[in-house]
Design a binder for this molecule. Structure first.
Ligand code: CAA
Length: 380
């Protein structure tokens, strides 16, 4: 299961690898420095079918599976981690829940144009006081006739500044805790949907995120995703898939950092020999490659379980926890192997080091992943 890829999965992986090598890797540092969203490159990703890899073709997706999706995000992130998360959000956090929980009418309006890449989606769960504690939603949706009137704030919304629609989580009944949370599908150009300027961040600078405000935003009840009160479970089940995407992104970043270190070690000399002759460097490279492989196996296991339709919360959290912390260690070692050049903006290594950091934070911090894993272990 984990070593044998199908011809289709292999083909997608190789296509993404070539695309990343030619179109993303040469430009990623410039996009990062300019904080530019790579709209043209993202459009080409849409042409490759990367906006909704596992959504059926009938609804505009590529009709493949989650293993193929994880491989694609890894390869794309190896070239540009910002583009990697743009795609991960489109696949896992937007298209997946609309496909899974939406009606056919909702799929026509909110999935097909997004899965095919004409439009881009985002996921509105996080609020200023609802980060790790996602149940602390304050964005209020009040029913008035056949509409809901929504007021509140979401922040750190990846893809937010460029998104055409959002899966928006609100509270419809504050007395019911997690069972009072309800999800909606909302176009970002609706009256009362306001966006702030893009956030300034340490890494993934070509992936725009922002704060959004809802000021008496009116949403028809036909735009409710699932029933009233289903929102929290929709959010959690969606994040089970999203964490596979972030694990894959973390692996892509780590691979880029590892490959840079390996090549540099072969040409950089100290004490009259390439530094790759020194066991200190060899051991670092060996550890880096071993950890990358372990993260790949964990991630493909979680993706395979999602494809098999079995609950994979624990496995997704394990993959995300290990891959993100691994990416931190590997990018750190890559800076060390590069010495001063690793600290310089002349090489992409410092970018990989900065980009890796967010993978331990978004879609659930490492501490939240440990909670999910521990809860599952203790329930067994
Ligand atoms: N699938 C289905 N149902 C689930 C579930 C899952 N994975 N996880 C929990 N549930 C259900 C539970 O079974 C429970 O149902 P019942 O009440 O019927 O028993 C209900 O949801 C509540 O579950 P918990 O009691 O476990 O909920 P909690 O309040 O303790 O929270 C948590 C659990 C794991 C801490 C959760 O709040 C969490 O994951 N926090 C992190 C939030 C996060 O990851 N945010 C990321 C934002 S998006 C983002 O980052 C995108 C980006 O920028 C790229």
């Amino acid at each position: 299961m984990l070593t044998e890829l199908t011809d289709e999965q292999r083909l997608l992986r190789d296509t993404c690898r070539e695309f990343a090598e030619k179109e993303l890797k040469p430009n990623a540092s410039a996009w990062d420095r300019a904080h530019t969203f790579p709209a043209e490159a993202v459009k080409k990703c849409a042409e490759l079918g990367l906006f909704a890899v596992a959504v059926p073709e009938k609804w505009g997706g590529a009709g493949m599976d989650n293993v193929a999706y994880a491989l694609a995000v890894e390869e794309i992130s190896r070239g540009c981690a910002s583009t990697g998360v743009t795609l991960s959000v489109s696949n896992s956090l937007y298209c997946d829940p609309v496909y899974k929980f939406g009606t056919d009418a909702q799929r026509e309006r909110f999935l097909t144009p997004f899965a095919s890449g004409q439009k881009l989606g985002c996921f509105g769960l996080t609020e200023p006081n609802a980060g790790s504690d996602a149940a602390e939603q304050r964005t209020l949706a009040v029913k008035k006739g056949d509409k809901y009137v929504i007021n509140g704030t979401k922040n750190w919304i990846t893809n937010g500044p460029v998104a055409d629609a959002m899966v928006l989580f609100t509270i419809t009944d504050p007395s019911k805790g997690t069972k009072g949370i309800t999800a909606f599908l909302v176009e970002t150009n609706a009256p009362g949907f306001l966006r702030q300027k893009a956030d300034e961040k340490l890494g993934i600078c070509a992936s725009p995120s922002c704060t959004m405000f809802f000021d008496n935003l009116e949403v028809h009840e036909s735009q409710r995703l699932g029933n009233e009160g289903d929102g929290f479970k929709i959010a959690m089940a969606t994040l089970d898939g999203g964490r596979i995407g972030i694990a894959a992104q973390a692996i892509g970043i780590a691979r880029a950092a590892f490959e840079g270190a390996r090549e540099y070690a072969k040409v950089r000399k100290t004490f009259d020999v390439p530094i790759s002759n020194h066991q200190a460097i060899q051991f670092m490279l060996a550890d880096m490659a071993t950890e990358i492989s372990a993260a790949q196996l964990l991630t493909l296991r979680a993706a395979s379980m999602k494809d098999a339709g079995v609950r994979h919360s624990r496995e997704s959290s394990m993959a995300k926890l290990y891959a993100s912390e691994m990416s931190g260690r590997v990018t750190d070692k890559s800076v060390q192997i590069h010495g001063g050049m690793g600290y310089s903006k002349e090489l992409p290594i410092e970018r990989h080091f900065r980009d890796a950091r967010i993978t331990e934070i978004y879609e659930g911090t490492s501490e939240i992943q440990r909670l999910v894993i521990a809860n599952a272990l203790l329930k067994a």
